[in-house]
Design a protein around this ligand. Structure first.
Ligand SMILES: N[C@@H](CCC[C@H](N)C(=O)O)C(=O)O
Length: 278
C-alpha cells in the first residue's frame, strides 16, 4: 500500500513524517532503511509518526526511528517539526500550547509562528542508571577511553542518551573516528549520541553531533539541550545559550538542576510525497 509522507527538517536534521492519526504505525526495519536511503529512497535522519496519544493526557503521540531503523525516545528537532506539521494539518494554532507524548514521556510545544517552535523538554536526567551509562556514581564529568584516547565526558538523558565532550577545534580530523567510537561505546549499553562542543562564550556554543543510528547530522536538538545541561551543571554557561550547529542555531534556556529546559528553533516543510511499496 502507498504511504503518504511529508519531508521536513529542523536546521538540516531531516525527517520523513507520516500521518498515522488513525492508529500506531508499523513499518519493518527493512522498509524504514529503504525510505532512508539517500540514493534510492527519500533520505532521512529520522522517521517520525504522528499517532493518537496513548497516555490519556496528551493530544498526540509521536514515534521516532533512526535511519538504521532503531527506535529512539526523544528528538528535539523532530518534535518541533511535528508541531509545525500539526499546524499545517489544522490541529494546532499559533501561540497554542499542546502536550505531545513521545516514547520517553510528554513534552509541551508552542508555535511562535508557523516556522518557529518552543518546546518544554522537561528536566535533564543525570543519574547514570537512567541514561543508561555504566558508572557507580553520579558526577558532572567521567573518564572514558575511546579510540585510544583518554576523554573527559559529561552525560545526560533528554529522553535519549547523550555524551558531551568539550573540544577546542570542531574540525579536528580525530573527531571523525571519535564520533563513532563514543556512539558505540560499551559503557552505553543502548548506544549514545556523541556531542562535541566548543565554548565560544558563556552564552554561545558550537556543536557537532554524531548521532546513534544516523551518523553525523546537520543538527541535533536534544544534543544542543544536552550540551547546555552538562555545561550549566558545571557552572560554565549562562541560563540562556545560543547553540550553533552545522545546519543552523537553537536557543536553549535552562536555569539549572530542578528546573525544566526549553528549546526554541525552526521547523521547515520541504515537500509531500508517496512511497509506493510498504
Ligand atoms: N536528531 C535528534 C535525535 C534523534 C534520535 C537519536 N539519534 C537517538 O537515537 O537518540 C534530535 O534533534 O534530538
Amino acid at each position: 500500500m502507498a504511504l503518504r509522507f511529508s519531508k521536513m527538517h529542523g536546521n538540516g536534521n531531516d525527517f520523513v513524517v507520516i500521518d498515522s492519526r488513525d492508529g500506531a504505525l508499523a513499518l519493518s526495519v527493512a522498509t524504514m532503511r529503504s525510505i532512508a536511503d539517500r540514493h534510492t529512497g527519500v533520505g532521512f535522519d529520522q522517521l517520525l509518526s504522528v499517532e493518537p496519544a496513548r497516555d490519556g493526557a496528551s493530544a498526540f503521540y509521536y514515534g521516532i526511528w533512526n535511519a538504521d531503523g532503531s527506535p529512539s525516545g526523544q528528538c528535539g528537532n523532530g518534535v518541533r517539526c511535528v508541531a509545525a506539521w500539526l499546524h499545517r494539518a489544522g490541529e494546532l494554532g499559533l501561540d497554542e500550547t499542546v502536550q505531545i507524548q513521545s516514547p520517553s514521556g510528554p513534552v509541551a510545544v508552542r508555535l511562535i509562528d508557523a516556522h518557529t517552535v518552543t518546546v518544554d523538554m522537561g528536566e535533564p536526567i543525570f543519574e547514570p542508571i537512567r541514561i543508561p551509562f555504566d558508572a557507580p556514581n553520579i558526577s558532572d564529568r567521567y573518564a572514558l577511553a575511546a579510540d585510544g584516547q583518554a576523554l573527559e565526558i559529561g552525560t545526560v538523558s533528554m529522553g535519549n542518551p547523550h555524551a558531551v565532550i568539550v573540544v577546542d577545534d570542531l574540525a579536528a580530523p580525530a573527531l571523525e573516528r571519535l564520533g563513532p567510537a563514543v556512539t558505540g561505546h560499551q559503557r552505553f549499553r543502548e548506544g549514545v549520541n556523541a556531542g562535541f562542543v566548543q565554548k565560544v562564550s558563556p552564552g554561545h556554543l558550537r556543536l557537532r553531533v554524531h548521532e546513534r543510528g544516523a551518523g553525523w547530522t546537520q543538527a541535533c536538538g536534544t544534543g544542543a539541550c544536552a550540551a547546555v545541561a552538562v555545561l550549566r551543571q558545571r557552572g560554565e554557561v549562562d541560563p540562556q545559550v545560543r547553540v550553533d550547529l552545522p545546519g543552523g542555531s537553537l536557543r536553549i534556556d535552562w536555569r539549572g538542576p530542578g528546573e525544566r529546559l526549553w528549546m526554541t528553533g525552526p521547523a521547515s516543510f520541504v515537500f509531500e510525497g508517496e512511497w509506493p511499496d510498504t
